[in-house]
Design a protein. Structure first.
Length: 101
């Protein structure tokens, strides 16, 4: 199945503790059905000190379920994603505005 959300997409969180927050997808995990969004679902991870890096408590963005994310359209509102064919290519489009993503 084609991916409705991809790396680099601007999304808004629909549910959970970060509801309403916006960010950009930095990584998609299709096998788990999750994505990592910068600044969303942040957890503190303890990192051991090494010769190259300082140790300590590091805030890290954790994966969030794809069902809790919605793409932002050109108006800055949450939208669903559809697929259509343009010039022989399969293209994603925003259902609210009809524009290709």
């Amino acid at each position: 199945m084609a991916a409705k959300l991809k790396k680099g997409d601007k999304v808004v969180v629909l549910a959970g503790k970060d509801k309403g927050k916006q960010g950009e997808i930095t990584q998609v995990l299709p096998a788990k059905g999750k994505a990592v969004v910068e600044g969303v679902n942040v957890a503190i991870r303890h990192v051991r000190q090494s010769q190259t890096s300082q140790g300590g408590r590091v805030p890290t963005a954790m994966p969030i379920d794809l069902s809790n994310l919605a793409l932002l359209d050109s108006n800055g509102k949450a939208t669903r994603v559809g697929f259509r064919e343009e010039d022989g290519k399969k293209v994603r489009f925003a259902k609210t505005t009809g524009e290709a993503v």
